[in-house]
Ligand binder design. Sequence first.
Ligand SMILES: *Cc1c(COP(=O)(O)O)cnc(C)c1O
Length: 374
Amino acid sequence: MSEEKRKPIPMVDLKKEFSLLKPLLLTEIIDVLESGHYILGEKGQQFEERLADYVDADFASGVANGTDALVIALKALGIGPGDEVITTPFTFFATGEVIAQVGATPVFADIERETYNLDPKQVAKKVTDKTKAIIVVHLFGQAANMDAIQKIAKKHNLFVIEDACQAIGTEYKGNRVGALGDVGCYSFFPSKSLGAFGDAGMIVTNQESLYNKVNELRNHGSISKYMHTSIGQNSRLDEIQAAVLLIKLKFLDLFLHKRKEIAKRYSEGLIDSIKKPVVSNLRTHTFHQYCIELNNRDQLSTYLTEKGIASAVYYPVPLHLQKVFEGLGYKKGDFPAAEHAANRILALPISPELSIDAQNTIIDHVNKFVAQQD
Ligand SMILES: *Cc1c(COP(=O)(O)O)cnc(C)c1O
């Protein structure tokens, strides 16, 4: 097919995924509509149980989105004004936002160059007597170095919150992330590896008291109707999203397998002068994003756009350089690894429904561009 006629290649094609699962999904959605029960019902409970099983956690609570999952996790752990929470500056904004939202202070620590995840050595340097927790992000679908993070947490008596929003199904030493720390948070935003048809999220934990607190906080600080024991919020997973997620969870391992296959094809096909994702020992990478690094990333992005191929920069401005966090007193140069990545990284389309033709087209064009630069 000539280049002009070829359909553009988007980052993700949610319409295509829907058309594949349409009969199954419609049956389940109609079931919910006919039940007359739309919030905190059977589907939500079933999905909580299945998800807890899937990640091997004792308890799971559905919430409205991944950001709320993080906020509620922080509140359930009693974190607020006067407390410091250490996290990565190289993540989606929500990870830092939630710390400020509960009134605590975000403290950033630099990342590992290879994995883009928190560097435990840098985390250790940031611990003070105000530090209460570490939010560890498993960025792009690769597990962070949990043993080293847990060791620091244990030494200083800190909580570990896992932001597993990009990493459902990812393993660290054979165990799924999210259930390794005190609390794990997931997002089912439509483009995530497990996506709803709207916003949805989940909190998992192995501690019953935390689970009870989370259930209270997500529902106006109330466990029994009209009896309020804390100031909570309205953040519940609705039945339609739960029904959709129950169906999609059955296909999750297949979806993740496809992502890994595409990543392998990219890594084999792209020429060596491009820095490709490195998967660390003892961890898996489920490739929520496949990110390459190169000097002229912006030119490559423009070149790909001209060829009808989408690409994206995750993330162009690290959190410590965001305007809203100016008051925290960070400056350019504070986190060289995060800034290096932010200037060079480019994500290529990767989603289970991406055809082999499209994958080859992407590989050819990226290679052609890079060859022209030499
Ligand atoms: C998507 C995401 C979130 C927020 O999830 P929402 O469901 O969009 O609120 C938080 N952290 C990370 C790392 C994410 O990728």
